[in-house]
Design a protein around this ligand. Structure first.
Ligand SMILES: [Zn+2]
Length: 338
């Protein structure tokens, strides 16, 4: 099994070298360490943070495709980045349609022989709107987003039709814990090195502890304040895991690509006023103009607070890794609502 895998990878590497006209020997330069025989690229920064932690524990290294503050829905790879993924042995992707701007590149990378491993489908994914308790009268239209498909083409991931499931699983730390174990096991299978599985379990335990920590940080928010409005529909897993629900989103459709109509913004402003929602949560990657337009429409006291949704924060900041991003979100949400 291991020998066959190695031969397959060697062929993929030769293809990559030919395609990129790269004269350096070996696989992706930044991602291999002495004694380690696999190079891994993760797509998003939350996944990249966890993959890098597992790799560090296992004595390897991994790299992350997207820069800090990239929008995972819209980010597209340069041809050099596609070549780097083709040179890698494994690309860890979120999947379930999250990386809309990367779809074609990931298909090309897979066609060129690099395994693309979409993690979200391995963490018990939820359908869209699973956090909606259906108990808010008067704004049923916000629970009824029929336009989630958005991207159209099938992304080739077995098991889930594109658009059926919500891809934003990482905002539930317990699911990220499952992802860490799954990724560790996957790399152990590919390399025959059980260290990766052990390290996946170690990081998974850390993330399970993080999940408890987040629960504690949010515990003081009273039930009637656990109603949130966000820039787009990214909080289904967060809401279900930590007992919040959504009163609406600024950008409809499950991605960040759509534009709300002025009627939709006015309708959401009505909901915010009617339910006394004190804050609109947004993130660095989206168009602030829309969120500001909504806040202006609401008038009065509504605050706008930026969270870490699709990306970790900058190096040297408190949200530089996945754990930091989740802790900061819990702190900011608690501060805004408690
Ligand atoms: Zn999103």
């Amino acid at each position: 099994m291991r020998a066959r895998t190695t031969i397959g990878l060697a062929i993929a590497s030769v293809t990559a070298l030919t395609l990129s006209a790269c004269s350096d020997a070996g696989k992706g330069g930044a991602t291999t360490a002495a004694g380690d025989d696999i190079s891994i690229v993760a797509t998003t920064t939350p996944l990249g943070s966890v993959v890098e932690q597992i790799a560090t524990c296992a004595g390897g290294t991994a790299s992350t495709l997207m820069p800090v503050n990239a929008d995972p829905h819209q980010f597209s790879a340069s041809s050099a980045q596609v070549a780097d993924m083709v040179k890698a042995d494994l690309v860890v992707a979120n999947g379930l349609g999250l990386e809309g701007g990367l779809d074609a590149s990931l298909q090309q990378v897979a066609a060129d022989g690099t395994e693309v491993f979409p993690v979200a489908e391995h963490v018990d994914p939820l359908p869209w709107g699973a956090d909606d308790h259906g108990d808010h009268e008067g704004h049923d239209e916000h629970a009824d987003h029929d336009e989630h498909e958005g991207h159209g083409e099938n992304d080739g991931h077995e098991g889930h039709a594109h658009g059926e499931f919500d891809p934003h699983f990482w905002l539930d730390a317990s699911r990220m814990a499952t992802a860490a174990q799954t990724i560790g096991d996957k790399v152990a299978d590919l390399t025959g090195n059980e260290k990766w599985a052990t390290c996946g379990a170690e990081i998974s335990d850390e993330l399970t502890a993080l999940d408890d920590e987040i629960r504690d940080a949010l515990a003081d928010i009273p039930e009637e304040r656990r109603v949130i409005v966000t820039d787009h529909q990214a909080y289904g897993y967060f809401n279900k895991a930590y007992d919040f629900h959504s009163a609406g989103v600024v950008i409809p459709g499950g991605s960040t690509e759509a534009q709300p109509s002025s009627q939709e913004l006015a309708g959401l402003a009505d909901v915010i006023r009617a339910e006394n929602v004190p804050v609109i949560f947004t993130n660095a990657a989206v168009n602030q103009r829309l969120v500001d337009a909504l806040a202006a429409e609401v008038g009065g006291e509504v605050k706008v607070v930026s969270l870490y949704e699709g990306s970790v924060g900058p190096k040297d900041g408190p949200a530089a890794d996945y754990q930091g991003m989740m802790r900061e979100n819990a702190r900011l949400i608690s501060e805004a609502l408690a």
